[in-house]
Unconditional design. Structure first.
Length: 259
């Protein structure tokens, strides 16, 4: 399918690896030029060169932490005028309710709620002026079905979801859509971290921990970055102009609900 976005330009955050990289690759395959961001320069530059070599699109890079105001300002300056924004940031650490103090919540909110909002506020005005734009926020399945061990993520990402619910309806008439993608378990570094915690807590091997979690997914496997990237690219396409303010699960059916 022709996604109709060849020649567009996108900022994809946290795109040196994992789900962000999957989104960057899928957009590049559709002919979209990229601004790629990540905290680590080495992995970022390697992923950017891989995409240049494979897809022949223009790729700019800007290393930095989106939750840091100075780094975010530099990223916004580099990404000025983009047609597509994909926000993404690693989730806060797991724990239980008694582990977290106010500062822990502030860090989670900065990374997973306030930074995406700041990027949208900075970059959507030019999309509105142009009469076309796409914003996709990578959040989590925990927005629909909170995960007890991920209370920091549950809180911050649900806050972002509430902001998007109202904002998306305000900008849709200007040709700009905002939607959220909610990943379940995917084969990423985040999954490795969580699987390690499960293995240590239960006294089992990583292979056993992964097998147990895979068995909880109706598809019987973890998702891939390619699965996720394809969904993101569709939401960024010309075909998705009537999809507004939605929270779309990509979890292999693991979240058991009818609505």
């Amino acid at each position: 399918m022709d996604l109709g976005i060849h020649g567009k330009r996108a900022l994809v955050c946290a795109s040196s690896k994992g789900l962000g990289l999957g989104c960057a690759e899928a957009l590049a395959e559709a002919g979209v030029d990229l601004v790629m961001n990540a905290r680590g320069t080495e992995a970022l530059e390697a992923s950017a060169q891989h995409i240049r070599d494979r897809y022949g699109v223009k790729v700019e890079t800007q290393a930095g932490d989106v939750s840091n105001a100075d780094d975010r300002a530099e990223l916004i300056a580099r990404a000025a005028g983009v047609d597509i924004l994909v926000t993404n940031a690693g989730g806060p650490p797991p724990g239980v309710w008694s582990d977290w103090e106010r500062d822990d919540f502030i860090r989670a909110l900065d990374a997973n709620m306030l930074s995406p909002i700041a990027l949208m506020k900075a970059l959507m005005p030019t999309m509105i002026e142009a009469g076309w734009g796409r914003v996709v926020n990578i959040t989590s399945q925990s927005v629909k079905a909170p995960i007890p061990a991920l209370g920091l993520s549950n809180a911050a990402r649900t806050g972002l979801t509430g902001y998007v619910a109202g904002t998306s309806r305000q900008v849709a008439a200007k040709g700009v859509t905002i939607n959220n993608l909610l990943p379940g378990i995917h084969a990423t570094d985040r999954a490795v971290s969580l699987d390690t915690g499960v293995a240590e807590a239960k006294g089992i091997s990583m292979e056993e921990a992964q097998a147990q979690r895979a068995a909880s997914i109706p598809t019987g496997r973890y998702g891939t970055r390619q699965d996720f990237g394809a969904a993101c690219a569709f939401l960024c396409s010309q075909h998705a102009g009537f999809i507004v303010g939605q929270n779309i699960l990509l979890d292999g059916g693991a979240t058991n609900m009818t609505i």
